[in-house]
Design a protein around this ligand. Structure first.
Ligand SMILES: Cc1ncc(COP(=O)(O)O)c(C=O)c1O
Length: 427
């Protein structure tokens, strides 16, 4: 029996680890070329050829269309702005409800608020951590205008099922695909199954431009609306007087030529960047998968997981210790882990206090929905007791360190008895 590091034994994972650097010579050259051209942004906010952006924007959008097999790709300066643009593009109006998961980055649930929409939280599934279509169905009302589903941690939500549901009810399905580029469900890329998909290119994502995002759609009208919102579209309506779109207030969500040039190079490296993540995740899953009380990420039949996060589920009753103790023991062994992901979004003050815009409760006063007693038992259980995030995918581990991570989990698992006293002391 080896002594656990938390009790004074030696840590299992040794050596330092550096972040996984995803940009290199190609991106540097691409940025230099843009600087040499003098054109750092090719956009012009009124009706002209420049309304659609400069050469690098067009190159990125064309390459994105080819890669993901969609009809339109509209670049934006973040996934957040892309999600907000989606709300405008589908014509969300104050009081409309948008069903969202509570387990996601806040931007997913904030987007509707910008148009006076009211987010309604549907619980997630505990096998893929994504929104549960049966919970969505339960919450659809005559005020529901859209669903925003998130392909969390790199695994597809049940997108085809959600799309069917959305179509049956005549509402829009938006895919927040920030964490899942090249994930697939039944042969289709996530981000192309809903009416609009939104990708993130921020610096933490599989492929990046520092900040940035791409909206994908097969719908010509939605694409035009997204392009109008991206770039002061009210001027286009004034200048051309051709579009029958007059109720869109434009923003400035434009990506620079510099970012787009980086994006073109990153897109070429997509497989090169994502394949090692998948290999590492599968290695961990194979090494840890058989241990009692631990569940490694599940990949649904017909799906491809791209592992933005490798998340383990533990059953405290089976292990006989709390998650807090298990995580502390792993951390002491040198494994980078954290308990849970983000607190369910309905707990944010913006919802609990019903203060989004002004102090009179707008837009929440336009709906009967409340947030004090939201019933999402699955997300509460996962976040409070079961889910453990392994910070592996963003780091450049050696083969030896990968083996040590697996060995560290086995060591803690094999020596749970040593932790039980500690656990009791902590309660
Ligand atoms: C699921 C999800 N949605 C939205 C966002 C926001 O992306 P961005 O930083 O590109 O605005 C993120 C970023 O972490 C995310 O993970």
């Amino acid at each position: 029996m080896s002594k656990l590091a938390i009790l004074g034994g030696s840590p299992t994972v040794t050596g330092s680890v550096s972040p996984f650097i995803t940009v290199g010579a190609e991106e540097r050259q691409a940025v230099c070329d843009v600087i040499d051209s003098g054109l750092l942004s090719g956009f012009y906010g009124s009706w002209s050829e420049e309304f659609w952006g400069g050469p690098k924007i067009k190159a990125l959008e064309t390459a994105w269309i080819e890669r993901f097999g969609c009809k339109h790709a509209v670049s934006v300066n973040s996934n957040t702005s892309g999600l907000i643009a989606c709300m405008g593009a589908i014509g969300l109006t104050p009081g409309d409800e948008v069903i969202v998961p509570p387990y996601t980055m806040s931007a997913t649930a904030m987007a509707p608020l910008f148009y006076g929409g009211v987010p309604v939280f549907a619980d997630i599934r505990d096998d893929d951590f994504c929104i549960d279509p049966s919970q969505v169905e339960r919450l659809i009302s005559n005020k529901t205008r859209a669903i925003i589903a998130v392909n969390l941690f790199g695994h597809p939500a049940r997108m085809h099922e959600l799309r069917k549901l959305a179509d049956q009810h005549g509402i829009h399905l938006i895919e927040d695909n920030a964490q899942a580029p090249t994930a697939t469900e039944d042969g289709r890329y996530t981000g192309t199954i809903g009416h609009i998909g939104v990708f993130s290119l921020n610096c933490h994502k599989h492929i990046q431009t520092g900040e940035g995002g791409i909206c994908t759609t097969d719908d010509d009208d939605l694409a035009l609306r997204l392009q109008m919102i991206r770039n002061h579209g009210e001027n286009v309506v004034r200048d051309t007087n051709t579009a029958d779109i007059t109720n869109l207030i434009g923003q400035n969500y434009r990506m620079t030529e510099l970012s787009a040039a980086v994006g073109v190079e990153q897109l070429k490296k997509t497989d090169q960047l994502i394949t090692p993540r998948i290999e590492l995740a599968e290695y961990l899953s194979a090494g840890i998968g058989g241990l009692s009380g631990l569940t490694v990420p599940q990949v649904r039949d017909g799906c491809r997981h791209v592992y933005y996060v490798w998340a383990l589920r533990m059953d405290p009753d089976v292990l006989g210790i709390s998650r807090a103790t298990f995580v502390k023991a792993l951390a002491a062994e040198g494994v980078r882990v954290s308990p849970g992901y983000l607190s369910p979004l309905y707990k944010l003050p913006v919802f609990q206090n019903r203060h989004a815009i002004g102090n009179a409760g707008f837009p929440f006063t336009l709906s009967d929905r409340t947030y004090e007693n939201v019933s999402c038992p699955v997300v509460e259980r996962l976040q409070n007791h079961e889910l453990i995030m392994f910070e592996i995918c963003a780091y450049d581990y050696s083969d030896e360190q990968k083996a040590q991570i697996v060995a560290a989990v086995h060591k803690v698992h094999d020596n749970l008895a040593q932790l039980q006293d500690l656990d009791l002391a902590e309660q």
